[in-house]
Design a protein around this ligand. Structure first.
Ligand code: GLU
Length: 416
C-alpha cells in the first residue's frame, strides 16, 4: 500500500459508506453494519523444533451474522493485523450477500510467515490456534476456510483438533478440506474457476473481442496459478505472472505449465527463464485484462493512471483503493470487484458445508455447474443494477450486498 491511500479497513469502510449513501441507509443501520460484531485476539505459545517457545498472535473477526453463520478464510502472513482481518471479514459479509448465500462474514489470521516454519511447527501452531478459536467456531457459528498461506492440510488439522475436543468428527466446522476427509470435489480450483466464468461474462459485457486477449496475473498462489492455468487452457494469452519474488513477462504468452512445475519444486518465479519484471511493472503492462490476485492495496492513486488494461478482474480481496477506483472510472477501465470476481471459493465452500451436513457428496461436474449458475446469476444481477443506476460494478455489487444484509438486520430486529 502506498502512503496517502486508504489502508484495507478504511477502504472497506469507504466502500460501505458509499453504498449506504446510495441506499439512504439510516444512522442506526449504518452504525451496526460499520462495526464488527466480534473480534478475538489471541496470543499463544508454540514449541519450535529447537525446543524454544515462540508466542504468536492470531485473530478471528466476525463482522455480521444476520444472514447466517460466519464464513471466511484464515490467513497466515507476516503482515496480518486486526484492521486487515476486520476489513477482510467485512468483505466476506458483502461477498456472501452478493452471491445470495446464507452466511455472514468472518475472517481469521495468524501473524506468521508460514514458509519459515517446519511442517511440525506449522501443525502445532495450527492446532493451538484452532483450540483458541474453538469457543467461537462451529458448523452453525463460524466456518473457517483457506486463505493466503493456508491450504487443505491446515484445514484438515483444524477439523481434527475441533473433532478431538468434541469427541466425534465435526466435518462442517471448516471448508477447503482434502476430499478424503469431508472436502468437496472442485474446491481447490473453485476461486480460479469462478474468476474464469466471470471473466468470460465481463469480456462479453464490455464488448471485447474474444480472440487473442492478453492477460497479466499478479500473484501465483492458489488463486493466481489456477487462473493462469485455466485461462491459458481456454486460449487466452497469459503474458505475465508474478509471485512475491517478482514476475516474468513474455508478450507472446508464457508456458504456464512449466512455471507451475517450477513453483512445485519450491523455486520462486524470480528463478524462471524469461524477461523479469517487478510486481509494480506487471500492473502497468499493455494487456487487455489485469488480474490482481495477491494482496490488498496494489492499485493505488500512485499507479492507477498507468494501468493500460481495459478490464480488471479482482482475484484478491481489496486490491484497489477507493482513490484508484476514481481514476480507473475516469479512464474508462472496467473493474469487476472482488466480492463478485473471487467469490468462487466461498460458493464452493458453501457446497462443501452443505455436503458435510448431509453426508452426501456430489461429483465435480455438479459442483462446477452449480458454481457457474450462482456466479453468472450474480454477474447478471450486478450488471443490470449498474446499468439501471449508472454505477460502476463495485458500486452496484456493494449496493446489492449491503441492501441484502440491511434487510436481514431489519427483519430480525433488535434483541432484546
Ligand atoms: N478465503 C476465501 C475468500 O476470501 C474463501 C473463504 C471461504 O471459502 O470461506 O473468499
Amino acid at each position: 500500500m502506498v502512503s496517502g491511500d486508504s489502508g484495507p479497513l478504511a477502504t472497506a469502510l469507504a466502500q460501505f459508506h458509499a453504498a449506504a449513501d446510495r441506499l439512504g441507509l439510516d444512522d442506526d443501520l449504518r452504525q451496526i453494519l460499520a462495526s464488527c460484531k466480534r473480534e478475538l485476539v489471541v496470543h499463544f505459545p508454540v514449541r519450535m523444533d529447537d525446543g524454544s517457545i515462540r508466542v504468536f498472535t492470531g485473530y478471528r473477526v466476525q463482522h455480521n451474522l444476520a444472514r447466517g453463520p460466519g464464513k471466511g478464510g484464515i490467513r497466515y502472513h507476516p503482515a496480518v493485523d486486526l484492521d486487515e482481518v476486520k476489513a477482510l471479514a467485512m468483505w466476506m459479509t458483502w461477498k456472501a450477500a452478493a452471491m445470495g448465500i446464507p452466511y455472514g462474514g468472518a475472517k481469521g489470521g495468524v501473524r506468521v510467515d508460514p514458509k519459515s516454519l517446519s511442517l511440525g511447527e506449522l501443525e502445532r501452531l495450527t492446532r493451538r490456534y484452532a483450540t483458541e478459536l474453538a469457543p467461537i467456531v462451529g458448523p452453525q457459528e463460524d466456518i473457517p476456510a483457506p486463505d493466503m498461506g493456508t491450504d487443505a492440510q491446515v484445514m484438515a488439522w483444524i477439523m481434527d483438533t475441533v473433532s478431538m475436543h468434541q469427541g466425534y468428527t465435526v466435518l462442517g466446522v471448516v471448508t477447503g478440506k482434502p476430499p478424503a476427509v469431508g472436502g468437496t470435489a472442485g474446491r481447490v480450483e473453485a476461486t480460479g474457476r469462478g474468476i474464469t466464468y466471470i471473466l468470460e461474462e465481463a469480456v462479453a459485457w464490455c464488448g471485447l473481442p474474444r480472440d487473442g486477449l492478453t492477460v497479466a496475473v499478479q500473484g501465483f498462489g492458489n488463486v493466481g496459478s489456477m487462473v493462469a492455468i485455466l485461462l491459458s487452457q481456454r486460449g487466452y494469452q497469459v503474458v505475465a505472472v508474478s509471485d512475491s519474488s517478482g514476475g516474468v513477462y513474455d508478450g507472446t504468452g508464457l508456458n504456464i505449465k512449466a512455471l507451475v512445475e517450477l513453483k512445485q519444486k519450491g523455486a520462486p518465479l524470480s528463478q524462471a527463464s524469461g524477461d523479469h519484471i517487478s510486481n509494480q511493472e506487471l500492473l502497468e503492462l499493455p494487456v487487455d485484462i489485469l488480474i490482481p490476485a495477491a494482496l490488498e492495496g496494489q492499485i493505488t492513486s500512485q499507479n492507477a493512471s498507468r494501468v493500460q488494461a481495459r478490464l480488471i478482474i479482482e482475484g484478491a480481496n481489496g486490491p484497489t483503493t477507493p482513490e484508484a477506483d476514481c481514476i480507473l472510472k475516469e479512464n474508462g477501465v472496467t473493474v469487476v470487484p472482488d466480492i463478485l470476481a473471487n467469490a468462487g471459493g466461498l460458493v464452493v465452500s458453501y457446497f462443501e458445508w452443505v455436503q458435510d451436513l448431509q453426508s452426501f457428496f456430489w461429483d465435480e461436474e455438479e459442483v462446477n455447474e452449480r458454481l457457474s449458475h450462482i456466479m453468472r446469476r450474480a454477474f447478471r444481477e450486478i450488471t443490470s443494477l449498474a446499468e439501471r443506476g449508472r454505477m460502476t460494478l463495485r458500486e452496484a455489487a456493494m449496493v446489492l450486498a449491503v441492501s441484502r444484509v440491511a434487510e436481514a438486520v431489519r427483519l430480525r430486529g433488535l434483541y432484546p
